[in-house]
Write a protein that binds this ligand. Structure first.
Ligand code: SF4
Length: 393
């Protein structure tokens, strides 16, 4: 579905002057789209209506060609096609696991690549999307953590992952008829658990998720979107206030000594600071629990004492605990805990009153399981400044 026009610059992250060349409208917020339409000649009094119309075509029905937008005049469609493009990242590789999990390797501006994973289940279909090329952080159990940060993804490149997956799943509703909100959806949930720390790319993640939640387009409920952070304390409340989605925390240890090694950002905001931010997280309630992700590492963080300490630490926080059997990757410094150990750990947590599902590893055969993602894009000789300039960041 993606058109082959040269990769254009997203305007969102560029100072307000308009860039040379066609503008990619994917990733623009409604307000910004209105601004650029007016700046490119759309009469101000029509602009809000034009935004609604274009929005429905692009995010409601998955249209990538202005010529198909039949409720716009031919002349206006031609004008739009001259000044704008509708561009999303390109799938360069697609693997399907024996368990139905799909892994996409997608290319973005500058030729960089990120991985995206679709996990089908009986009652839902979850898309795990990336927010950075590589990662700012270096969590020891995570394959992405071995890939230096190349750059943040733009809002267009983040929401573009949802759009390319809908293309691949053929899940756009029939043009002109509703937005597919009725009936089961193949892509019903989004988790920001792919490559990168989403809270180190807050603005672009926020704008992209706002687009995903917009009722005139992809129309995903905020409760079906989960943002996972390793613990960027100052940005946590903003997630509730400005995005409003569900929150997950890469917790993984019950002492600072161990968490400093597994999740090095703990040296900046330790367990106490993180729990304090979560204790008064504006959106947390019994119906909207914070998910504590806990990777099960053999003889590192999987003792009975760890389990008991974990439930003591999170006492008073509306929480659920996701136990993640570690998914090994080449050169990984850890091993997965034995299943008996994982079940024993889950039992202690469960008896303490916490739902503690053990996450079933999915897509292991295609290196698509949690923590296995990594793209070949290495930060080459180019400086970060060059790379970000390339992508208009
Ligand atoms: S777990 Fe998340 S924050 Fe940590 S290195 Fe991996 S991608 Fe980055």
């Amino acid at each position: 579905m993606t058109n082959t026009a040269p990769i254009t610059q997203d305007v969102l992250t560029i100072p307000r002057k308009l860039p040379e060349g066609p503008v990619n409208i994917v990733g623009l917020t409604r307000d910004r789209l209105r601004e650029v339409l007016i700046a490119h000649g759309t009469p101000e009094k029509q602009a809000r209506m034009r935004v609604n119309q274009i929005w429905q075509w692009v995010y409601g029905w998955g249209v990538r060609d202005f010529a198909e937008m039949t409720n716009l005049s031919k002349a206006y469609r031609a004008e739009l096609a001259e000044k704008f493009v509708i561009q999303i990242p390109e799938i360069v590789n697609r693997e399907i696991s024996a368990d139905g999990t799909r892994k996409y390797l997608v290319r973005i501006a500058g030729g960089h690549e990120v991985e995206v994973v679709y996990i089908p289940e009986t009652d839902r279909g979850t898309l795990c999307i990336s927010s950075q090329v590589g990662c700012t952080l270096t969590c020891s159990f995570c394959h992405t953590g071995t890939q230096k940060l190349v750059r943040n993804l733009t809002a267009g490149e983040i929401i573009g992952q949802v759009m390319l997956a809908r293309d691949d799943l053929d899940e756009w509703p029939t043009k002109g008829q509703g937005f597919g909100t009725e009936g089961p959806r193949l892509l019903s949930n989004i988790v920001l658990m792919g490559m990168g720390e989403p809270l180190y790319n807050f603005d672009n993640v926020r704008d992209a998720m706002k687009i995903a939640m917009d009722g005139e387009g992809i129309a995903l409920s905020r409760r079906r979107i989960t943002l996972s952070t390793s613990g960027i304390v100052p940005e946590i409340h903003k997630t509730a206030e400005e995005i409003g989605c569900m929150l997950a925390v890469s917790f993984h240890a019950t002492t600072d000594e161990v968490r400093d090694k597994l999740v090095p950002i703990n040296r900046k905001w330790n367990i106490a600071a993180l729990l304090e931010a979560l204790r008064d997280y504006p959106k947390a309630s019994n119906s909207e629990r914070i998910t504590f992700e806990y990777v099960m590492l053999k003889d590192v963080n999987d003792s009975d004492e760890d389990a008991r300490r974990l439930v003591k630490l999170i006492k008073g926080i509306p929480a659920k605990i996701n136990l993640i059997p570690f998914n090994e990757w080449p050169g990984a410094p850890h091993q997965r805990s034995d299943w008996e150990r994982i079940e024993r750990f889950a039992d202690i947590v469960y008896k303490a009153g916490y739902a503690s599902p053990i996450r079933t590893p999915r897509g292991e055969d295609i290196m698509a399981a949690c923590g296995q993602l990594k793209s070949a894009t290495e930060r080459a000789r180019k400086s970060r400044k060059d790379i970000e300039a390339e992508a208009g960041l």
